[in-house]
Design a protein around this ligand. Structure first.
Ligand SMILES: [Zn+2]
Ligand SMILES: [Zn+2]
Length: 330
């Protein structure tokens, strides 16, 4: 529910662009607010958003590029390579183009940019002393490899009847509902994996690598330690339990990996020819990268609100986060 007492306060001065109060999916609020739920889902699913972009990728790649399930019944490097390329090409295209647009060409300058500061470039905290090369290396060498390593066995298991698969239009209602279900499943899974990664033992050894990026950019999306990728992509195991179509498996991968390119872009809106064309950024997660001990989940499930770590973008929430952080580390 929108918070009547919400006040940005001094937090407004810390950002070049502050989008206002951070809202969570109303699906989990009581009493139910059907109109708010319809509005929420229409904004994500009936407009040009990163969500619809990932659906388009999944459908297009399924028909144009992914080998048929029959070809994936027995292991062969050629189809595994195709699965790898089906992940690598869209990912690099999106991250590369968005990086060029926002940071290299500065095509929209600082319009809708959250953080007023420029990004670190030549910095000793990054591998190769270069943030972009560091992020690209972790994304491609570890991220896309482990994404494929978890996805390929799902296709193989579907092809052999070890994982429940169905063919469209066998069950069109479930086929459609599976998309929003996967978003909620990912949000659930991400919250708990992310909480674990903030336990000092895992933070120091793995998650600190992702958090080198305080001022995030498109290549930061899945720039993570291999251990984090390993935990992150276990969410593909859902397909061994819940009946899915290969399009869902593709969508799941893009939503899990291509979506973070945009949510880490550092910009709220994409501006082309002086017009706002699409919502790309995610202030909820941007706050996590600045203040660390808040917003561990996503806006799709209210775990952070339930466990008291929700940062709604206000000055009061920053003070609460800082107090919590002091308590945690003393
Ligand atoms: Zn984190
Ligand atoms: Zn992040």
């Amino acid at each position: 529910m929108p918070n009547d007492t919400f006040q940005v306060g001094g937090e407004a001065d810390k950002w070049n662009h502050h989008p206002g109060e951070v809202r969570l999916n109303p699906l989990f609020q009581w009493p139910p607010r059907p109109l708010a739920i319809v509005k929420w889902y229409s904004a994500y699913w009936l407009a040009i958003t990163t969500t619809t972009l990932t659906v388009v990728f999944a459908v297009f790649i399924f028909f144009a590029f992914l080998p048929p399930l029959e070809a994936m019944q027995s292991w062969h490097w050629s189809w595994v390579l195709r699965v790898y390329l089906a992940n690598l090409i869209p990912h690099c295209l999106c991250a590369g183009l968005l990086h060029m647009w926002l940071y290299k060409w500065r095509a929209q300058e600082k319009r809708f940019k959250f953080d007023p500061r420029d990004q670190a470039t030549d910095n000793g905290t990054f591998t190769f002393r270069n943030r972009i090369h560091d992020n690209m290396f972790l994304t491609i060498a570890s991220g896309i490899t482990l994404w494929t390593a978890f996805q390929a066995p799902v296709y193989w298991a579907m092809a052999n009847g070890y994982a429940p698969a169905f063919l469209f239009p066998e069950n069109p209602v479930w086929f459609v509902l599976m998309f929003p279900f996967l978003v909620i499943w990912s949000s659930f899974h991400f919250y708990w994996v992310h909480r674990l990664l903030h336990v000092p033992f895992f933070y120091k050894r793995a998650h600190a690598l992702h958090h080198r990026n305080i001022n995030v950019g498109p290549w930061s999306g899945i720039s993570m330690h291999p251990l984090e990728h390993l935990l992150f992509y276990t969410n593909f195991l859902i397909h061994f339990v819940v009946p899915s179509h290969p399009i869902h498996v593709l969508f799941h991968g893009y939503m899990q990996s291509v979506h973070p390119i945009f949510s880490h872009s550092g910009f709220d809106q994409l501006v082309v020819r002086d017009k706002e064309r699409a919502k790309i950024g995610d202030f909820f997660h941007q706050l996590h990268h600045r203040y660390f001990e808040c917003n561990y989940g996503t806006v799709e499930m209210p775990w952070d609100r339930w466990f008291g770590s929700f940062h709604d973008g206000s000055e009061v929430a920053t003070k609460d986060t800082r107090a919590r952080k002091t308590q945690m580390y003393t």
